[in-house]
Every structure is written in structure tokens, then in C-alpha cells.
Ligand binder design. Structure first.
Ligand SMILES: Cc1cc2nc3c(=O)[nH]c(=O)nc-3n(C[C@H](O)[C@H](O)[C@H](O)COP(=O)(O)O)c2cc1C
Ligand code: SF4
Length: 265
């Protein structure tokens, strides 16, 4: 199958698809229509920009017609009200450390993770795998393993003490933990997972959920007992993890933050 096919009845030969291709894989064919440079398919990173940008819906990519893609409402971009909403969301997101007991429905979690598929990833590698720990009993066992790991690390030893005293300073009693893992052989697995986890945190906040990075867990996740518990593939590492659940309290205002450190060059 051709990677790219052009509907010649729709294409206006505007060259936009060729202009946006990050790998410069497109050329203008004899009749002025865009086409893949012969033999260039193997360099395609499947970013889909050529298809996503076409104002005429003329480009089919890998057998997927433009009508099958998620439409984007351009009227919403550049709208000040949207910017204010986004600003409110960014400033209003907090790391939540007190959760209500109830679980988040599967559909809600799936909707969030589905949304996050559109985050950037190095070379569009999309190497990320999610593991959703959704059973509080399993989370307790996992927290116990993390607590054991902290016993050998004096920096975190108070976490084990708290755990022994019945306080979960590791997952804060959250009903879910979203774990982002990827192959160490991906182009930038750590950055890709961090971007996705951060976006998940923000999207969760927009849906009235709360999240909190599970940093100690991430550090402990490469130890053998945790790898085994998580069934991580041999070449994978955990690079991001977010507790998730319904927050017990709503924040009324944004806390103080340092002034922006900015220099212009
Ligand atoms: C990489 C990373 C790891 C973190 N790990 C933890 C953690 O293990 N436990 C925790 O309670 N908070 C953790 N946090 C949350 C930070 O403490 C929090 O983002 C910071 O205090 C600012 O608060 P805010 O997120 O509400 O603005 C982590 C944050 C990041 C970015
Ligand atoms: S999918 Fe991306 S890399 Fe591949 S041809 Fe289209 S724009 Fe270029």
C-alpha cells in the first residue's frame, strides 16, 4: 500500500504538506501534485502532519482517510477565553495527597489516557506503555515493596517508618496509580514518559480528578522485587508515575511560586 495517496480532485497543489514534513520526504510530482520521494517511505516517522495540515482533506495516509481523523476546531485556538481557561487549569492543578475512597470509572481513566496519545514524543516514537494499578490491595502490596526499598536508602528512611506506623506516604491512599514505562532503547524514553505523565496530570485536573507524581516509587521501580511485581518487560524502565483519584479537598487559590527566571538572547 502507498503510504500517501492524493485525491487529485481535491488537491489544490498548495504544497503545504511538503512544507510541513519534518523529514522532507515529499516532492512535487510531474503534474504538480505532492508525492513521496521514491524510496523515502522508510524515513517516515508517521507523524501524520502532511495529512493533518491539508486544508482540502486531500491526503490519505497509510490507508486512513482524513475524514477518519479527529477534527480540530480551529476557532477555539487563539481565543482569549480558552487561554484564560488553560491558565486557570495550569495554575489550579495541585499535587493531591488526600483522596476520596471511591474508584474512578474505567471509561474516565481510558478517556484520559486516550487523550494523552497526542502528546509529543521524540521522533514520534510513541514508545510509552501505561500500566494502571487500579486495585487498592495491589497498591498496598506495591507500597510495601517501595517501603522495603526505602529501608536501604537513608534519604527516604522516614517513609518506611511511616509505612510501619500505618501511614501511606508513598501512594497517599490514592485508588489508582498510572505507571508510564518504555523501552530503554527508545529515542528519548524518559522525556517522552515525563511529558505524557505531566499531560495526564493536567488532563486529570480538568476532569475534576487529582494526581500526584509518585517520585519515590519511580526511583524504586528498577529494583528486582518491583520489576517482578509490575511484570515489566526486560528492556523497559519506569519513567513516570501518577497517583490518581478524586481529591478530598478543593484548592481555592494558587500558591505562591518563584518569579519567572528569564533572559533574552
Ligand atoms: C518528578 C516529580 C516527582 C515527584 N514525586 C512526588 C512524590 O513522590 N510524592 C509526592 O507527594 N509529591 C511528589 N511530587 C510533587 C511535588 O512535590 C509538587 O509538584 C510540588 O511540591 C509543587 O506542588 P504542585 O504540583 O501542587 O504545584 C513530585 C513532582 C515531580 C515533578
Ligand atoms: S507522516 Fe510525517 S514524516 Fe511521514 S511523510 Fe507525512 S509529514 Fe512526512
Amino acid at each position: 500500500m502507498e503510504l500517501i495517496t492524493i485525491d487529485r480532485g481535491l488537491c489544490k497543489k498548495d504544497g503545504i504538506c511538503k512544507a510541513v514534513c519534518p523529514m522532507q520526504l515529499l516532492q512535487v510530482g510531474e503534474e504538480g501534485f505532492p508525492e513521496m520521494i521514491p524510496g523515502a517511505e522508510r524515513f517516515c516517522i508517521a507523524c501524520g502532519h502532511c495529512q493533518a495540515v491539508c486544508p482540502r482533506s486531500a491526503l490519505t495516509y497509510a490507508g486512513v482517510a482524513p475524514q477518519e481523523c479527529t477534527p480540530i476546531d480551529r476557532n477555539k485556538a487563539g481565543n482569549l477565553e480558552n487561554l484564560e481557561n488553560l491558565e486557570n487549569l495550569i495554575k489550579g492543578r495541585r499535587s493531591i495527597r488526600k483522596y476520596k475512597k471511591g474508584a474512578v470509572p474505567h471509561e474516565t481513566l481510558e478517556r484520559l489516557l486516550d487523550m494523552v496519545r497526542w502528546v509529543p514524543s521524540a521522533r514520534n516514537g510513541q514508545p510509552l506503555h501505561w500500566l494502571m494499578v487500579e486495585d487498592r490491595e495491589k497498591l498496598d502490596r506495591l507500597a510495601g515493596l517501595v517501603a522495603d526499598w526505602t529501608r536501604k536508602n537513608e534519604h527516604y528512611s522516614q517513609m518506611a517508618t511511616a509505612w510501619d506506623q500505618g501511614f501511606d506516604a508513598i501512594f497517599r491512599g490514592a485508588p489508582h496509580l498510572a505507571v508510564a514505562h518504555a523501552s530503554v532503547d527508545a529515542v528519548r524514553p524518559a522525556l517522552d514518559c515525563v511529558i505524557a505523565t505531566t499531560t495526564l496530570d493536567l488532563a486529570a485536573s480538568a476532569m475534576g480528578l487529582g494526581g500526584c507524581w509518585a517520585g519515590v516509587f519511580i526511583e524504586a521501580a528498577d529494583s528486582e522485587p518491583l520489576r517482578e511485581f509490575l511484570h515489566l518487560p526486560e528492556d523497559h524502565k519506569v519513567y513516570g508515575a501518577l497517583m490518581l483519584g478524586y481529591p478530598s479537598f478543593n484548592y481555592q487559590r494558587a500558591p505562591q511560586r518563584k518569579a519567572i527566571k528569564l533572559s533574552w538572547l
